[in-house]
Structure formats: C-alpha cells, structure tokens
Ligand binder design. Structure first.
Ligand SMILES: Nc1ncnc2c1ncn2[C@@H]1O[C@H](COP(=O)(O)OP(=O)(O)O)[C@@H](O)[C@H]1O
Ligand SMILES: [Mg+2]
Length: 231
C-alpha cells in the first residue's frame, strides 16, 4: 500500500509544507502506540500469543530498542540525568538511529523470512512525541522517517487511546523512578495523545485508534481482530 505523508492539518504545525514523500508499507508489520500505561506491553504479549497459536511465526520488539545497539541508544534516551540537557534534535536523531539499527538487524530480515513483526512503538511515536509534542514539526520527522524507514513501515498501527489522567493512574502502580520522558508534564502527554489521534484521523488506512478505557479482554479481542483482518 502506498502512503503519502501530507502536511498535518493541526494548527500547532506552522512548518512549511514538505514535498510529498512516498512511503511503502510492509506486509505483516504491525506496531502498537499510545502513551505510557495505555497497555502496549501487556497487549503485545497477548496478541503475539494469539497469532502464534494460529501457527504464525511472530517477532516482537520494543522501541527504542530491540537490538543491542538500539538498546544502548535507549539507555541514553531514557537517562533521567539528561533531562533539560538533551536537545530536541538530538532526541529525534537518536530515536531514528535506534530505529535504523533494529530495522536492519531484526525487522527487515524477519519480514523477508515471512514472519509477522509486532513493535511496541515505532515511527508514529516520533510523529507524536518529537513532531507534535516537542513541536519539531512534520518536515523533520517526515524527512527522517524516509531516511530511516525507507519501505519498512508498518501496514497497520494500533493506537491504544487513553486519557492522560487514566494513563497516570495506571503507571502510578508501577513504582520505580520515572525516566526522562516519563518526567514530562501532563500537557506534553496531552499533545502526544492528540498527535496520535491526528495520525489515526489522517491516515485511516494504516493507523487505527481504539479506546482502551474498557476491560482488558475486550480491548485485546478488538486488537487481535484488527490485526487478523490484515493477514
Ligand atoms: N484495559 C485495561 N484495563 C485496566 N488496566 C489495564 C488495561 N490495559 C492495561 N492495563 C494495565 O495498565 C498497566 C500499564 O500497561 P502496560 O502494558 O505496561 O502499558 P504501556 O506498555 O503502554 O506503558 C498495566 O498494569 C496493565 O496491566
Ligand atoms: Mg510498555
């Protein structure tokens, strides 16, 4: 399927319009998105197990990470001591560097071998966090996504949508010190959420948002159904 990254309609996005960038999506490549606490890590296990039970070979990974070099970059990205130090552009480039590696080392080889790949976060995180919430704008994100992903882009991304308050209530139970990104204020996550919803609105062929303020099993069934509809 072909996918054109068109300028975003959101008024927070005053950056100049980029030339249309042509992207191709990869069959059997899926990603889960959503703010922290939305249920990505929990759902990915259930989804993978459901697909494996049907005989599919599934590779799951988390972003940033999923490969040794990418996990190292993750440590730098999430290091709370870099709060207020790391430049937004550094953050953008590091996420893309981590992604380029996991694509080359893990994702593309798995897809070439006919496996299903499910990523806990992928390029739409960069759209929502760096492009939308940090305000770096669509142009940088689009250019870098083209460079980093090429034709390796999920055919379907499911956004697990939850209010910021609800997500906070869920993550509060986790304990442990918040990482650099988790330390952002509620309005930042509100912008992230809006970025995701804008993606679902503007790219309905490859981004679907589902309300996760419902019983886990109900959400899981919807998610599995959505993914199976592409197989
Ligand atoms: N539909 C749901 N209802 C209630 N709690 C949920 C639901 N989905 C996930 N959770 C819980 O919310 C918490 C955060 O989920 P997690 O998968 O770690 O989110 P994420 O990976 O998106 O940060 C976990 O304790 C999980 O069990
Ligand atoms: Mg998680």
């Amino acid at each position: 399927m072909l996918l054109w990254f068109l300028p975003w309609p959101n008024k927070q996005f005053p950056k100049k319009i980029l030339d249309l960038a042509l992207m191709r999506t990869s069959r059997h490549f899926f990603s889960l998105e959503g703010i922290d606490g939305s249920g990505k890590s929990t759902h990915i296990e259930k989804l993978a197990a459901a697909l494996e039970a049907e005989g599919y070979s599934v590779v799951r990974l988390r972003e940033p990470g999923g490969a040794k070099i990418s996990e190292r970059i993750r440590e730098i990205l999430l290091d709370a001591s870099f709060k207020g130090v790391m430049a937004d552009k550094t953050e953008l480039l590091l996420y893309n560097a981590a992604r380029a590696q996991v694509i080359a080392e893990i994702i593309q080889p798995a897809l070439d071998a006919g496996k299903i790949v499910i990523a806990d976060r992928f390029a739409w995180s960069t759209f929502a966090y760096q492009g939308y919430a940090r305000g770096l704008g669509a142009e940088y994100v689009q250019k870098l996504t083209e460079i980093t992903c090429g034709d390796c882009f999920p055919e379907l991304t499911v956004v697990l949508d939850l209010t910021v308050e609800q997500s906070r209530a869920r993550t509060a139970k986790r304990g442990g010190a918040p990482d650099r990104l988790e330390q952002e204020k509620a309005d930042f996550f509100e912008r992230v959420r809006q970025g995701y919803l804008a993606a679902a609105r503007d790219y309905p062929d490859c981004v679907a948002a589902i309300d996760v303020d419902r019983p886990f099993e109900e959400v899981s069934a919807d998610l599995i159904k959505l993914v199976k509809s592409r197989l």
